[in-house]
Design a protein around this ligand. Sequence first.
Ligand code: SAH
Ligand code: F3S
Length: 469
Amino acid sequence: MGEPFVQISSASSTALTAGARRFYIETFGCQMNAHDSEKVAGVLLARGYVPVTNPEEADFIFYNTCSIREKAAQKVFSRLGQFRKRGAGSQIFAVLGCVAQQEGEEIFERAPHVSLVCGSASYPRLPELLEQVERGRRVTGLSLDTDECFETELTRRENRFRAYLTIMEGCDKRCSFCVVPMTRGPERSRPSQKILEECRLLADQGFSEIQLLGQTVNSYRDLSPARRSFAELLVAVGQIPGIRRVRFTTSHPRDFTPEMVAAIDACPALCDHIHLPVQSGSNAVLRRMLRGYTREEYLEKTDCIRSARRCISISTDIIVGFCGETADDFEQTLWLLERVGYDQVFSFKYSPRPRTPAGGWPDTVPEEEKGRRLIILQERQRQIQLARNQVCVGKEFEVLVEGFQPKLSQAVGRTTSNRVVNFAGRPEWVGSYMNVRVTAVGPNSWVGKRVKTSTAEAQELTAQPSQQG
Ligand code: SAH
Ligand code: F3S
């Protein structure tokens, strides 16, 4: 903390004049980034900035970046390049997030029209950094030496009924392939009391779903006197009146506990879904990845989830083509897919990252072979998902309506197990909970039909004869 401002040049930068404070934020990457952007937007609004949806109209353009894979990191430079070609004019540019943290001041070399480079660990200092930029200076916020989370009451949430809420930040796990410990800093958790107060406030404001966020959310450690375990925190959030759904992401297998499953069994508001990234099904690869568990230990955890009273869906992340991954290692990952029976898989080709331990190791699997393995894995998973989804046809599920597709007159709902269901509906249903019967399924989504659930709803349906559900 306390890192000094780096003022490279004040003459070459553009000062932000009062009255010209329209901002535009583009966000890349994960939910943590999406939520960080909501907080940054809140800070900007409090300083009198006005949001615009078109970057051309903005005085101040923010890119909240991701550097988890090389492609993601490249995106921001291509965006900045587009503006440079056209001439940035009087616009001010800021690079936030993981690329900012990783590339630091080199961003100024590659993109001289950038005025602010700030990693997420420095967001608590954003108001002072912005003040410097407004005076025409070029500044960086790059210190990772922090034990605080970015807390602000100013958060401008994008969604009216579903709220993201950070409970911990950073990561101390240091998987050999991953930039996060270098870009988001050390693991730090918020006191449970503060989290619960914020949840109550969100419930009062009408949010019915809360998504608790953290890079390794279940590594949460409550240092306040309450000393709540992660599972206890989940239950406490789930018991808040008005909160109907609680999700949490991402759980690390090493910190998974059976208490998490017991909490989901005991508390109806906790969603029937655990995202538990495995990365590989081969012990040799897991060892090199420094994941801290074996395939057998991982399977004990998924077996524990499958033994729950409720039917909890399991999703995962997988990297194919990691350094030294043999055809046999890959086969073991395919075996694991079948053995667990995942409900959803996010799969990626290994991308060597600078400053990570594996970044210096030989990247032995050729790009083409990585692509081939990825296609095989995704096809196998498609079949698994289709089979898992087919058993749901004819059954009834509660969904939260999250969107509406006007062209198809379809409502888009999500079950507590994180399945997407499309059904005939109306735009005004967005934000409400309804029951649907599944009529058809694909590997990635379901089609359903709304069903009457209660007398109140039945009356409402008769009062609306034109409704199609
Ligand atoms: N905190 C999470 C993961 C964060 S990154 C965890 O505990 O696993 C999200 C996903 O991106 C990871 O799970 C991994 O599958 C993938 N990923 C991370 N680094 C990667 C790299 N260098 N190449 C390819 N995929 C990567
Ligand atoms: Fe990355 Fe491993 Fe942490 S994947 S976020 S270093 S748990």
